[in-house]
Each structure stands twice: as structure tokens, then as C-alpha cells.
Ligand binder design. Structure first.
Ligand code: PEP
Length: 248
């Protein structure tokens, strides 16, 4: 399983270093075996990547960026390239997050371009897809997922284990609402039927209290966690649940 913390626009370098030190301390107390079988990722803001990479070096916890551009360099104000991330010790990137789509005009094709370019450079990728509330209420979830995942499949015809898709129903992100385990299972199975990606993560208000019922669904291979990844205790608790389910 893969558990990834998306910190969004939280935690500058100092707080990031403090969080990472706290996370390592907590894992040390638990014993590394307690989390065996779980790949743990944190995705800080660009300016905090360096602090996270330094603090987590050789810990096995990997650091991803929250976005990446497809071009090698150029006049793209506000963007960051693959080689910049690699030179900073970053292992992967999230692309196509619904907040990028909603507030910054990210589209299916640009998200797919980002994913393909990042993979080509050797970065791992979490590519986010998911329907809005309006789309779900209009029974358009399947169409939306087919379109979003189809764009990824077109850009990356052969999915590799370095690519995970995150199913994140937009109405469940940061709202405290979660998809029911059945909804998650159905969406994940659909995604895998369209595109044989190894891992499909669920994202949308995952917290220690609901992690078990979501992560124990067939075809749910991990979680992309926003709010609950900002505290060491809640993030570690979700990782522990994932590890326990992996062992059982
Ligand atoms: C996210 O940011 O990808 C996310 C799922 O956020 P939250 O867990 O806060 O809903």
C-alpha cells in the first residue's frame, strides 16, 4: 500500500523539518516493522521540499512535489521542471489534483502531459482523477472517470508501477465527507478496467477513524491524505492501519 500526505499550502521549511523529525521519532517508537509493507510519501510545498528531503534522507519515506511541468525549462512563470525536482532529491510528483483543476485551470490533457514527462524523467507520479458533486448527482461519474483516465492512458499507453492513480471525488476533499466504501470500490474497479494501473489510491477526507473501512476495500491500494496528513499522530495512525491490513 501507498500512503501519501498532500500538505497543500501548509508548512514552510521550519515546520516541515519539525514534522519530519517528529514523524521519524514516532516511527522509531513504533518500531519499523509496524509499518512494513507501506510506502510512505509526503508532499510539501515547493519551498519546503529541501527541508523534507534533508530530514528524511535514508529513512525510506519519500518526498514528492505537488506539481511538475512537462518542459525542461522555459518561460513558464510559477512552474517547476522535472530536473529541478530531481536535483533537489525529490522522488515524485502529484499531478492533476482537483484544486489545480478548480482554481488554476488544470485540464485532463495538461495533467496527462505532466504525468508522462515526470515518469519519463524517472519520477514517480500520483495522478488525481475524480468527479464533482454535480457530476455525481447527474450520474456522470463514469463518463468523467473515463475521460480523465483516458487522457492518462493516451499519454502513457503502458502504465508502470511508478504511476499511481488517485481517485478523489471532489466533493469529499477537505469537506469531511467520504465516499462510501462501496463507492470507492466501484470507482477503483472502473479505473482499473479502463487502465491497468497497479495502484489506485483513495483520497477524500481519509482519517484514522475511516481508514480501515476504505483501505480494506478490494482495489483500494492506498490513500492520498490531505488534512489528516498535517499531524504526525493522525498520519502515522493511517499508515499503521495500512500496514496492519497489508499483513492480514
Ligand atoms: C487531498 O488533498 O488530496 C485530500 C484528499 O484532502 P483531504 O484528505 O483533506 O480531503
Amino acid at each position: 500500500m501507498l500512503i501519501a500526505g498532500n500538505w497543500k499550502m501548509h508548512k514552510g521549511p521550519g515546520e516541515t523539518a519539525g514534522f519530519c523529525a517528529g514523524l521519524l521519532e514516532r516511527i522509531g517508537e513504533l518500531g519499523a516493522d509496524e509499518l512494513a509493507g507501506v510506502d510512505i510519501v509526503v508532499a510539501p510545498a515547493f519551498v519546503s521540499l529541501h527541508a523534507a528531503v534533508e530530514e528524511l534522507e535514508e529513512s525510506g519515506i519519500r518526498v514528492y512535489a505537488q506539481n511538475v511541468h512537462w518542459a525542461e525549462e522555459g518561460a513558464f512563470t510559477g512552474e517547476v521542471s522535472r530536473s529541478m525536482l530531481i536535483a533537489s532529491g525529490v522522488a515524485g510528483a502529484i499531478v492533476g489534483h482537483s484544486e489545480r483543476r478548480l482554481y488554476f485551470g488544470e485540464a485532463d490533457d495538461t495533467a496527462a502531459l505532466r504525468a508522462a514527462a515526470a515518469l519519463e524523467a524517472g519520477l514517480d507520479v500520483i495522478a488525481c482523477v475524480g468527479e464533482t458533486l454535480e457530476e455525481r448527482e447527474h450520474d456522470e461519474t463514469e463518463d468523467v472517470l473515463r475521460h480523465q483516465v483516458g487522457a492518462l492512458a493516451e499519454a502513457i499507453p503502458e502504465p508502470t508501477p511508478a504511476l499511481a492513480v488517485a481517485y478523489e471525488p471532489v466533493w469529499a476533499i477537505g469537506t469531511g465527507k467520504t465516499a462510501t466504501p462501496e463507492m470507492a470500490h466501484e470507482a477503483h474497479a472502473l479505473i482499473k478496467s479502463i487502465y491497468p494501473v497497479e495502484r489506485v489510491l483513495y483520497g477524500g477526507s481519509v482519517k484514522p477513524e475511516n481508514a480501515e473501512e476504505l483501505l480494506s476495500q478490494d482495489d483500494v491500494d492506498g490513500a492520498l491524505v490531505g488534512g489528516a496528513s498535517l499531524e504526525v499522530d493522525s498520519f502515522t495512525a493511517i499508515c499503521e492501519t495500512a500496514a496492519r491490513l497489508t499483513r492480514s
